[in-house]
Design a binder for this molecule. Structure first.
Ligand code: CP
Length: 317
């Protein structure tokens, strides 16, 4: 982990993690510093620490998840928290209960922290206004996915050191992606230059106002970047056809070995998962020496432990 010139603060400036936009650069540095310590713990024979003993965390997943749900649950268990899991498909939401009623019922059981994934942008912000528990946004619709951005930036820093001035390309379905916005905000706070690349129909019209470069040329973008963070085509969120076919998408925006080998420098390949192999990225790239996709997953555990630990230990003013 690269050292930075920033003075270390002792606690987060926010009592919830709703989005990267609420974090300062110093908050991010504190999360990374804490995550680096937890990564050492995770490599020890005994991986469990008592930090969240007597703290109860509810994982409320109103939308499908593999990586984030398992990663949070494991992070909570490694910290010795008591864990309650809720999934929308098997709940009384099916009987017409409101989000607030569902959550208030869970909180009556004295839950201290809530990790929530929800298809509606702003759902965790709504909860934070109504309940006392610490809320962590595990992805809200097409809005933000802050823990993904933090683990992505942590993984880039492990490989590249200080991200100031580094070129990071976010490639693919930017329009439907919560990972894109959180990554842009996080990388800019760390001083990186960010470019988005994809078909014009999958890039929001006003994204340039966030201070990112926009390109529709994959090969030029790969020559420009140090890191390519490749996003999944989110067919489940696409109510109209944004490109003629998956075959055509992969012809213009899919990354394959031949394209990588034609570059005059190595670049890091990242993907938040789940991967559509053969669409946005071929297997020989996803599994290549350039790829840090599984390291992202490993770092996700340490970063989520850090966030849980820092929020639970926060002293209120
Ligand atoms: N990266 C990510 O959020 O994956 P899941 O949808 O599987 O949690």
């Amino acid at each position: 982990m690269a050292d930075t010139a920033h003075n270390q603060q002792s606690q987060l400036g926010t009592r919830h993690l709703l989005g990267i936009k609420d974090l300062t650069r110093d908050d991010i540095e504190l999360i990374f510093h804490t995550a680096a310590s937890f990564k050492h713990v995770l490599n020890r024979p005994i991986k469990k620490v008592p930090s969240l003993k007597d703290i109860t965390v509810a994982n409320l997943f109103f939308e499908n998840s593999t990586r984030t749900r398992i990663s949070f649950e494991l992070a909570e268990k490694r910290l010795s928290a008591d864990v309650v899991n809720f999934s929308a498909s098997s709940s009384s939401l099916k009987k017409g209960e409101t989000l607030l009623d569902t959550v208030n019922n869970i909180l009556s059981m004295k839950v201290d922290m809530v990790v929530m994934r929800h298809p509606a942008p702003g759902a965790p912000h709504f909860l934070a206004r109504h309940i006392d528990a610490h809320i962590i946004n595990a992805g809200d619709g097409t809005h933000e996915h802050p823990t993904q951005a933090l683990l992505d930036a942590f993984s880039m820093r492990e490989k590249l050191g200080d991200l100031a001035g580094k070129h990071v390309a976010i490639i693919g379905d930017i329009l439907h992606s919560r990972v894109a916005l959180s990554n842009i905000l996080c990388l800019q706070k760390l001083g990186a230059r960010v470019r988005v690349c994809g078909p014009p129909t999958l890039i929001p019209k006003h994204i340039g106002s966030l201070g990112v470069e926009v390109s529709y040329d994959l090969r030029d973008t790969l020559r420009w970047c140090d890191v390519a963070n490749v996003l999944r085509i989110q067919l489940e969120r696409q109510d109209i056809q944004y490109f003629p076919s998956l075959r055509e998408y992969s012809q213009y925006f899919g990354i394959n070995r031949q394209i990588l080998d034609a570059l005059d420098k190595p670049i890091l390949i990242m993907h938040p998962g789940p991967i559509n192999r053969g669409v946005e990225i071929t297997s020989d790239v996803a599994d290549s020496e350039h790829s840090i996709i599984l390291e992202q997953v490993e770092n996700g555990l340490a970063v989520r432990m850090a966030i849980l630990y820092l929020l639970a230990g926060r002293r209120e003013a």
